[in-house]
Design a binder for this molecule. Structure first.
Ligand SMILES: Nc1ncnc2c1ncn2[C@@H]1O[C@H](COP(=O)(O)OP(=O)(O)OP(=O)(O)O)[C@@H](O)[C@H]1O
Ligand SMILES: [Mg+2]
Length: 275
């Protein structure tokens, strides 16, 4: 059983992932240590190929760990059976970069949402109540449930699909949401509203939000804690203010320099995220 009193929701010690095929070997995540506290917004920032998605996949149990240990609420994560994995996935959910590949194309939107209610143990809830729950989840993300019934996710725009993903999370109420560049494939306008909804959802269900991004400016804007990844290593971490207002590593400074709008003076009114 998980320790309900533990403030650390996810942590890792000496976590390493090596992809090996024949003679080729990629150290995607290289001996990292981290400690994510419950209820916080934590950003993982790094350039393409720095190992962010690989870390996310290990945390979700979607790829095996080469060495090191993940702890969930202070206890070694055990997802050795499909039953344990399914139980863990009630606590952790994810939103990925590509909304088009996040859905089963043969599942209608009503069923996508209904599955979430069932996963939360609501199979025996009366039909009208289930509909009210789905309507509420859709309202939360500015979608109209009545207009979605009998449609398939691929009939929605990319931004609407990401909002539907957030509606799923609203129904699933996980302890942790891992969002891997959830706005990088959608237009700038939808991007701001998706971010706004994610932060609102985090307040609504009091979850920990692990946000993966290239964008250190955005990380500063939304995070309590920031982890900077370079070539599979965590090169710097700490509060968003510590790391971004007072960076110690050359790599962090370079990432900041790439965001001219927030680089000196640190005036958030110059950040164009429309939140
Ligand atoms: N399934 C895989 N098989 C082999 N190598 C992989 C696999 N997935 C990722 N890699 C390699 O691991 C390294 C880290 O990749 P990863 O996708 O974790 O980076 P990332 O920080 O998420 O990048 P991006 O910002 O582009 O999404 C890269 O060198 C990548 O080529
Ligand atoms: Mg990635």
């Amino acid at each position: 059983m998980a320790d309900e009193t533990c403030e650390t929701c996810l942590s890792g010690t000496n976590l390493t992932k090596i992809y090996a095929f024949g003679k080729s070997r990629t150290v995607a995540v290289d001996n990292i240590n981290f400690c994510f506290n419950a209820g916080q917004v934590i950003s993982i920032v790094g350039e393409s190929g720095s190992g962010k998605t690989t870390l996310a996949k290990m945390l979700l149990g979607l790829t095996n760990v080469t060495s090191g240990q993940i702890y969930f609420r202070g206890k070694p994560l055990d997802i050795s059976t499909s039953k344990k994995r399914k139980e863990y996935w009630k606590s952790i959910q994810a939103i990925f970069q590509d909304p088009y590949s996040s859905y089963n194309i043969f599942t209608k939107i009503d069923d996508v949402l209904l599955d979430c209610i069932h996963l939360r143990g609501g199979r025996k809830v009366p039909k009208e109540e289930k509909i009210a729950m789905m309507e509420e989840a859709c309202r939360f993300v500015n979608l109209k449930f009545a207009e979605l019934t009998n449609k398939y996710p691929f009939e929605l725009s990319g931004g609407q699909m990401q909002r539907l993903m957030i509606a799923r999370v609203f129904l699933l109420k996980p302890k942790i949401l891992l969002a891997d560049e959830p706005t990088s494939m959608i237009d700038a306008c939808s991007r701001a509203s998706i971010l706004e909804m994610l932060l609102k959802l985090r307040d609504e269900i009091n979850m920990t939000l692990i946000f993966i991004t290239h964008d250190i400016g955005l990380a500063y804007f939304i995070s309590d804690e920031v982890y900077i990844m370079e070539h599979g290593k965590i090169v710097e971490s700490g509060s968003a203010d510590e790391v971004i207002l007072n960076p110690k590593e050359a790599y962090t400074k370079r990432l900041i320099n790439d965001v001219p709008k927030i680089y000196e003076p640190w005036d958030l009114s110059t950040v164009d995220y429309h939140l």
